[in-house]
Design a protein around this ligand. Structure first.
Ligand SMILES: [Zn+2]
Length: 334
């Protein structure tokens, strides 16, 4: 890997780094960038690196070692302004303050840079105000915006930015990063990489056992254990679980997601596919179930869960009843 890619220290997104690094080297940068992609994919990290690269005084920007790189990395550079949604919205007052600050000369950096995170949360008035800055940006200013998806963002904003659409990163790349950066054991790197859905930030947080990701991992383990005991439970045991699960409505979407992913893995194995299972820590039991049930029964189990997920998401069906039916449709393993 060439030096400039390494300096950016990103997991995946080589094409985006190459494009931005070339623009900076050639002195042909744009006034505004919009980084899009799912949460945890690397938008905020890329925004920070790009901000460092714009203001780096080292040889291979972002060098990570000069004063601007250090201050920006710690989030304390006086010329860098970051705005993020408060209670899921970015208001016009915030954008006005930002504009006033952007109009000042940089205190010490080459560029004053505004990073506006999750611009899909701009109120209409705030979006109009931001648009004015995008149309006539101060000379020494740069704007870096992020959003979940370009489509979710106001078209007039999108059209005034260079859009960098970050895609999910291949699991193998995340796996390598987890083992080299965090020295995780191989099985754990593989599992987290596959569960991450291509989002390195999610995988790193889960590996460092922080926040929501860790809670979700624990929930996943419990829900898969539940599924395995249900497959061995009789009718009465299943009805009792349905009653209990119906009372935990906020967890149901996750339960249905995790169970679908688990059955998809069984189906892949039952059909002899060479695709790697998502649930990398479950391969033994997945194989056992695939061999016991075969692909027809596995497919109908997957359908039972998928149909229930659709019903619950799109209709007013009685939750308890839908779960009863779903659990009674699952195969019995003894
Ligand atoms: Zn630097």
């Amino acid at each position: 890997m060439s030096l400039y890619l390494q300096n950016w220290h990103l997991i995946g997104h080589e094409w985006a780094v190459r494009l931005l690094a070339e623009q900076i080297a050639a002195g042909r940068t744009r006034h505004a960038y919009l980084l899009t992609g799912p949460s945890g994919v690397g938008k905020t990290t890329l925004a920070t690196r790009l901000t460092q690269a714009f203001n780096c005084t080292g040889e291979n920007p972002p060098c990570g070692e000069c004063r601007p790189c250090h201050l920006i990395g710690q989030g304390i550079h006086p010329d860098i302004l970051t705005v993020e949604p408060e209670k899921a919205s970015i208001r016009i007052d915030t954008i006005r303050d930002l504009q006033a600050a952007l109009n000042l000369h940089p205190l010490e950096a080459r560029y004053r840079i505004a990073i506006v995170l999750d611009v899909h949360h701009l109120t209409d008035a705030a979006a109009d105000a931001l648009l004015k800055t995008l149309e006539e940006p101060p000379v020494a200013a740069r704007l870096i915006l992020t959003a979940g998806a370009a489509e979710a963002t106001i078209p007039t904003i999108v059209s005034r930015c260079q859009v960098i659409a970050l895609r999910p990163v291949p699991a193998r790349q995340i796996e390598t990063a987890l083992s080299t950066r965090l020295q995780l054991p191989p099985e754990q790197s593989t599992l987290l990489a596959r569960l991450s859905g291509g989002r390195p930030g999610w995988a790193l947080n889960a590996a460092q056992q922080s926040g929501d990701e860790q809670t979700r991992l624990e929930q996943r383990t419990r829900l898969i254990d539940d599924l395995l005991s249900l497959l061995r439970a009789n009718r009465a045991g299943r009805m009792a679980y349905a009653e209990d699960a119906a009372g935990r409505a906020e967890e149901l979407p996750l339960l249905l997601d995790i169970w679908q992913a688990w059955w998809r893995d069984v189906l892949l194995l039952a059909e002899g596919s060479r695709v790697d299972p998502v649930n990398a820590d479950q391969v033994e039991i997945l194989m056992e179930v695939a061999q016991t049930l075969g692909s027809t029964e596995t497919r109908s189990a997957l359908m039972a869960i998928r149909e229930t997920a659709n019903l619950l998401a799109k209709t007013n069906v009685n939750t308890r009843l839908a779960l009863d039916v779903m659990l009674l449709r699952l195969p019995y393993l003894y």
